[in-house]
Design a protein around this ligand. Structure first.
Ligand SMILES: Nc1ncnc2c1ncn2[C@@H]1O[C@H](COP(=O)(O)OP(=O)(O)OP(=O)(O)O)[C@@H](O)[C@H]1O
Ligand SMILES: O=C(O)C[C@H](Cc1nc2cc(Cl)cc(Cl)c2[nH]1)c1ccc(Cl)cc1
Length: 321
């Protein structure tokens, strides 16, 4: 009973049956344990609904995927990547937490943190642009979450304002890990020439997909390689976009966008703050090995005064202006 109370996904209960035998009962929550509410949004293969756990009255976002549709669209791999990736990111305030999954004959269900204030993109569109203080606040929370991801050997690879959700306190909750990449556990190689037995994790594997055009890094377009620096490129695009209201590389077609990226064809509007300009210029660097690393970004003057510890997640979100 206690497990059920805590709203645990899978509870193990011991019961004594009629003839005094101790039996073990395993309970897994299912659709009937939830009361579904409003639709929060639709994806290509999914619908996300607000839902309340009847036992604990806790609110969640439940992402429902139609099995037939996933199979038809050959998306089984992505769904399982999303599940495995989210399962590795269990303990960070800036990442949408996956509590549990279940399925019935028709659908798959992800039970996730509810980010009730929607997408950062929507808020940015309403505001037009963010001032430096708001950009610093949201930028620092996104960066802190990316640092945790990378520390758990996970690349996001599709960071963009649509995938940065906001919870009831207007704090960041990064989502959409279907395009994520788990950097394989470094397996020591037998090296007879005494070379490094552990492969450098940055040496990414060839990837077959690219993220969203405007935020794709040059190395993903040319070498089909995408390591941790790929997420930092996207981060640079996001900082630029928060301050200007538009991404740095945006062509009339995807091809023209890619062309601008490869030519590093972007300009800062007049009035773009100098400190922020220096940061963006050091992130939008074609050579991934020359791009700022997360530690460098955290120490960049643009983030002066940011407390990178737990305080980052306890502070009040700045009023958007
Ligand atoms: N945890 C959540 N809390 C609140 N809203 C969410 C949550 N997850 C997703 N949403 C909303 O639901 C919509 C659909 O999300 P979902 O991840 O299913 O698809 P998507 O990734 O946006 O689309 P696609 O699958 O095409 O990339 C999103 O636009 C988002 O606004
Ligand atoms: O139970 C698990 O842990 C693993 C399963 C694996 C799994 N079973 C599937 C069935 C179908 Cl039809 C499609 C996908 Cl993508 C499927 N993925 C699963 C169940 C639910 C969810 Cl949301 C993801 C993966």
């Amino acid at each position: 009973e206690e497990w059920k109370e805590k709203g645990a996904a899978v509870g193990v209960r011991r019961e004594v049956d009629a003839n005094g035998q101790v039996v073990t009962k395993v309970t897994k929550k299912g659709v009937n344990d939830f009361e579904f509410g409003r639709t929060l949004g639709e994806g290509s293969y999914s619908t996300v609904l607000a839902a309340t756990d009847r036992a604990t009255l806790r609110e969640y976002a439940v992402k429902v995927l139609d099995k037939k549709h996933i199979i038809k669209e050959k998306k089984v791999k992505y769904v399982n990547i999303e599940k495995d990736t989210l399962n590795r990111l269990t303990n960070h305030p800036g990442i949408v937490k996956l509590y549990f999954t279940f399925q019935d004959e028709r659908s798959l269900y992800f039970v996730l943190d509810l980010a009730s204030n929607g997408e950062l993109l929507g808020v940015l569109k309403k505001m037009g642009t963010f001032d430096e203080e708001c950009t610093r606040f949201y930028g620092s929370q996104i960066l802190d979450a990316v640092e945790y991801m990378h520390s758990r050997g996970v690349l996001h690879r599709d960071l963009k304002p649509e995938n940065v959700l906001l919870d009831s306190k207007m704090h960041v909750k990064i989502t959409d890990f279907g395009t994520g990449k788990i950097l394989d556990e470094p397996k020591p190689r037998k090296m007879d020439n005494g070379a490094d037995p552990f492969p450098r994790e940055e040496s990414a594997r060839a990837v077959s997909f690219v993220g969203t055009a405007e935020y794709v890094s040059p190395e993903l377009l040319t070498a089909k390689e995408g390591g941790k620096p790929t997420d930092l490129w996207a981060f640079g695009c996001i900082i630029f976009q928060l301050l200007t209201g538009r991404p740095p590389f945006k062509g009339a077609t995807e091809y023209l966008t890619f062309d601008k990226i490869l030519k590093l064809d972007y300009t800062f509007p007049s009035g773009f703050p100098d400190v922020a300009r220096d940061l963006v210029e050091r992130l939008l660097v074609p050579d991934p090995s020359k791009r700022l690393t997360i530690d460098h970004v955290k120490n960049h003057p643009f983030f002066d005064g940011v407390n990178w510890g737990t305080k980052l997640w306890e502070q009040k979100a700045p009023r958007l202006k």
